[in-house]
Design a protein around this ligand. Structure first.
Ligand SMILES: Cc1cc2nc3c(=O)[nH]c(=O)nc-3n(C[C@H](O)[C@H](O)[C@H](O)COP(=O)(O)OP(=O)(O)OC[C@H]3O[C@@H](n4cnc5c(N)ncnc54)[C@H](O)[C@@H]3O)c2cc1C
Length: 243
């Protein structure tokens, strides 16, 4: 099923990263925090390739507004058109889907969220959703991996979550402040080591972002940190090519 979504505003949330907020007037549209939807420009739009899948980065409790965030990949006609879209413009959004959601029922209560760059989007939805509840059964340990502070999406919101004690946060920067001879992988390993120690062995690990980053986290967790596969959940942002 497809729903009509009216663009309310677009705002930059990091260098080269755009946040877009929409209103969906049909109350039949619902989703679970962490799910994704296919967004399309309407059929009369001149773009050839009119659709992309995005994780919803707002909480279900914020409906009828929903939001997404994306890297403005150079050379992407879709992203260029999104950046140029004006408030009031209509988009189509498909029913949300996906099982990258908070655990249901009994099970580990410590959740480690590993966000590779723009991979923070489903986690933002989950954290905002948990904040709306009176009591959260979960303790959230967030690790973000970005090249620089400027490129870190939702930086001030992450800082706010820390102040409010909603999450414990380990921000890893892989380019800025790297000592001579220091490697990106060393930084990531240090971050993983810290976050895993904080969350403990009985935690679930959620990985999200472009496939190359998620794959790298996955391999490191299995190979170097000897984490059992059954503790890991992954969301791959297919469509991001390695560039
Ligand atoms: C479950 C899921 C959640 C996602 N969440 C986000 C998000 O929150 N933020 C975000 O920025 N991106 C997200 N993505 C990725 C997003 O759908 C785009 O693929 C990505 O943003 C790159 O788009 P582009 O226009 O820059 O790529 P381009 O370079 O323009 O596209 C490269 C090529 O890949 C094709 N393509 C694009 N998307 C896909 C796809 N999903 N599957 C297969 N082929 C594709 C295009 O048609 C084109 O031929 C998500 C993807 C998935 C599957």
């Amino acid at each position: 099923m497809e729903f009509s979504a009216r663009l309310l505003r677009t705002v930059p949330v990091a260098a080269g990263t755009l946040w877009a907020e929409f209103e969906i007037s049909d109350s039949a549209f619902t989703f679970e925090a962490g799910q994704a939807s296919l967004f399309s420009f309407p059929p009369d739009h001149p773009l050839d390739d009119r659709s992309r899948t995005f994780s919803l980065c707002s909480a279900p409790e914020e409906l009828p507004t929903v939001s997404i965030a994306t890297r403005l990949t150079p050379g992407s006609p879709f992203k260029k058109a999104l950046k140029g879209a004006r408030p009031g413009q209509t988009f189509l959004i498909e029913e949300a889907s996906g099982d990258f959601i908070l655990p249901r029922g009994e099970g580990p209560k410590n959740l480690v969220f590993l966000a590779g760059g723009i991979g923070i989007t489903p986690f933002r939805s989950m954290v905002r959703s948990l904040k709306k509840r009176k009591e959260s059964p979960f303790r959230i340990f967030l690790m973000t991996v970005n090249r620089t502070v400027d490129e870190t999406p939702f930086l001030s919101e992450c800082q706010e979550w820390v102040r409010e004690e909603v999450v414990a946060w380990v921000p890893v920067l892989t380019k800025e402040g790297l000592p001579v001879g220091g490697s990106r992988q060393e930084r990531i390993n240090e971050g993983l080591s810290r976050i895993l120690e904080m969350a403990g062995e009985d935690s679930l690990l959620y990985l999200s972002g472009p496939p190359a980053m998620v794959d790298a986290f996955h391999q490191t967790l299995l190979g170097q940190f000897l984490v059992e596969e059954s503790r890991i959940r992954s969301e791959m942002f297919y469509g991001y090519l390695s560039r």
